[in-house]
Design a protein around this ligand. Sequence first.
Ligand SMILES: [Zn+2]
Length: 390
Amino acid sequence: MAAYQQTVKLANKSIILNTIREQEPISRAALAQTLGLTKATVSSLVEELINEQYCYQTGLGKSSGGRRPLMLQFNEKAGYSLSCDIGVNYILTVLTDLRGSVIHEISRSFDTNDFTRTVMEIKVMLDECLVKAENAPFGLVGIGFGVPGLVDKNGTILTTPNLDWTQSNVKEIFEDQYGVPVVVTNEANAGAYGEKTFGSARHTSSFVYVSAGIGIGAGIVLDDRLVMGAGGLSGEIGHTTIKDEGRSCRCGSKGCWEMYASEMALLRSFPENGHDLENLLSKAETDAAVRNALEEIGYYLGVGLTNIIHTFNPEKIVIGNRLAKAERFIAEAMYASVKERTLPQLYNQTDISFSRSYYYAAPYGLTAFNIETFLQKQFLPPATAGSTPS
Ligand SMILES: [Zn+2]
């Protein structure tokens, strides 16, 4: 087969498979109609996809007059994906199938300041997850890492402002160890992509995911695309200034948003608490000082959200990461603060909510990156260098 025809065929297979993933269960006739391909082309490519175990035939669908059609579904058991959300004070590893359903997860409180110890701990956790994986034709398709730091477009970690890492070659270490593609990205971008793919922003084309943990980062999706910026570093919104001569930040600047509205800002007010957010939240029920501190966090969260609304005019802002746990103590002050300072025209167009799946937002996004990277690679045309079109 000519290289050109081969390329077209692979592209069509890839489009068919992606349409099955998005619209399953779907019949061959519906695929042909949706994609503008002939029924014969669809049938022969679907046959290949079934033989290669990317999809399978399921029960009968509704008839539109004639025989009830056989429906097709994506084979979520064709492989599995690992993702690892590295926080400043925790590690979360998640094993999922190719539809993003969680097979196994491990969450540990862990001081990730020491790079070598952190890498060792992650390997232990990933291996514990892998024990739970069942046999699958493609096995492990990739590992994704979300890190609290600046990560460029190639997955190189440039700096981790809240961690004292002196080396950061996560991609190389884990590619060597596991022999699969490794995706490394900023945890807020991963979270945004998770909300976009599997979460509450699935049907929203312009939204901002605000990851409020020890620091604050944002993943920005405009017109259905994750905005990465010139070097892949967009979304460092925790370091925008909200007080010009304010508290000194680890980034070297003063008055950064995350010095007032993050988990760190809250915990620093209660040093005797042992830096335990859950403990502090349970104290808030009875302790007015804790409640007041939480309300202040809500107020400053609203100040920064106002800047986001005026800059991007998003349909939706989703607040995720650990501070989402504090919703019932911070929400009222936050909404009031936003309403007070946002132009009404913009205010009315923006829905602000707390992530329901905040815990999984980053792993979900990483899972989506892994699966997409894998499927793209599977349908790449063979190298055609040196060949001439015939
Ligand atoms: Zn800063």
